[in-house]
Design a protein. Structure first.
Ligand code: GTR
Length: 410
């Protein structure tokens, strides 16, 4: 009899636990279900000191936040010198119907007897005779997918031009900008066991087991690679390295924000639908959450980040602080109306709250915490838009990024 009661009680308890589990795992896609949350104070040091000047921001708070994001979210970047060599494989002045020069550079990294290669594709406008500003974004599927140009050297098995709707090359060239891109797999193949083939292998990392709890994985490797491309831009006399606009979509938007936060050589940073671990606030737990992202992609963030799954309250930072690390440089955050997984409102609020640091510099952030209507960009030193449509990169996005770059760089 007693055994039977214990059994029923155990059954009941496991039902309660499972129901609770299922409930916390459920994706929140309605504003009314967002839990109450408190954001960490952006302008207060770890020791509780108020940050009121640019000097205090740069000397105290900014380094504190960089350390927190490094150790708790993205992981430490590879450190140490790597031998780098550049080989120009192509330099053709009659690309894009004669309006651009196409260059393809093979970049070889060597260290500890390990070698990794990246293939950088560049289109530079012929109409401009002085060093040009360049939009730089990693691509998802291989360089040859961004255009049907038959002379792009392939960097994957994917069909030529299959991603061309996301890359309006002529529009960018006609606006007087260059375009640079590289396949993100060149830095870390986006797989759970991608470590051995990644650039992390240059630093002795062969697998997840070699990574410390605060060690970087894919996002850190992508950000490292993004900075190595900037090293190249600094050597190319046709490029104005002081006017590189770093753009990234989705997971590559997360990488762009993290690279742009660490590497102030990027003059503008643009996040397109970057979502959880990118522009979206983690503590809102709307759409994709810290728990779901770490389960699906255990190789993206550092292992320490896993402890905040379904425990965002313990997270010592939130993503408005990542955007603030880009200040005083211009930053643009963009969302898509149907991209609820990326939490458009959380992306907007991050951009809004980051404004406090821009104001320290005497610059304007977003003026209101009420989201703008669709397809109506709000543009200050911090800019934001939400466009109609799905998780993607569209002409509307690019047209606004070009206007933003014109405003701040020309
Ligand atoms: C999804 C992921 C998002 C986003 C997206 C993408 O599967 O959950 O965080 O990064 O992929 O990169 O397209």
């Amino acid at each position: 009899m007693i055994m039977k009661r214990v059994y029923i009680l155990a059954l009941f308890l496991s039902f309660v636990i499972l129901a609770g589990y299922a409930q916390t795992e459920e994706t929140i896609d309605e504003e009314g279900k967002v839990p109450a949350y408190t954001l960490p104070a952006l302008l207060e040091s770890n020791a509780g000191r108020k940050i009121t000047t640019v000097e205090q921001w740069e000397e105290i708070r900014r380094p504190e936040l960089l350390t927190l994001f490094t150790e708790q979210v993205y992981g430490k970047s590879p450190v140490g010198e790597v031998d780098v060599s550049y080989r120009k494989l192509d330099d053709n002045h009659s690309a894009v119907e004669g309006s651009a020069t196409r260059k393809q550079i093979e970049i070889t990294f060597s260290k500890n007897g390990v070698r990794r290669k990246a293939l950088l594709l560049l289109y530079l406008p012929n109409q401009i005779k002085t060093p040009v500003p360049v939009f730089f974004a990693c691509n998802f599927q291989g360089n040859q997918t961004i255009s049907t140009d038959p002379d792009i050297i392939v960097s994957s098995d994917n069909p030529r031009g299959c991603a061309q709707s996301r890359w309006p090359v002529s529009k960018i060239i006609d606006a007087g900008y260059g375009l640079a891109t590289v396949y993100y797999f060149d830095f870390f193949p986006d797989r759970k066991d991608g470590h051995a083939e990644s650039v992390l292998a240059l630093f002795g990392i062969r697998g997840e087991q070699d990574i410390a709890s605060d060690g970087g994985q894919a996002l850190s490797a992508w950000a490292w690679g993004i900075s190595r491309m900037m090293d190249y831009f600094e050597t190319d006399r046709q490029i104005d390295a002081s006017r590189i606009i770093l753009m990234g979509h989705s997971r590559l938007g997360k990488a762009a924000l993290w690279a742009g936060a660490q590497d102030s050589r990027f003059s503008i940073v643009i996040s397109n639908c970057s979502g959880c671990g990118g522009a979206a606030l983690s503590k809102r737990a709307f759409g994709e959450t810290v728990g779901t992202i770490n389960n699906a992609f255990p190789h993206w963030f550092c292992k320490n980040f896993r402890q905040y799954g379904r425990n965002e309250v313990a997270l010592p930072v939130d993503q408005h602080e990542l955007i603030a690390l880009i200040a005083p440089r211009p930053v643009y955050v963009a969302s898509a109306e149907e991209d609820l997984w990326a939490d458009p409102k959380g992306e907007f609020l991050s951009a809004f709250y980051a404004g406090d640091v821009y104001r320290l510099y005497g610059l304007e952030g977003l003026q209101s915490d009420v989201m703008p209507v669709v397809n109506s960009p709000v543009v200050h030193r911090v800019a934001y838009h939400i466009r109609t449509g799905k998780h993607d990169v569209t002409d509307f996005d690019w047209e606004n990024y070009i206007k933003f770059a014109d405003k701040w760089l020309k």
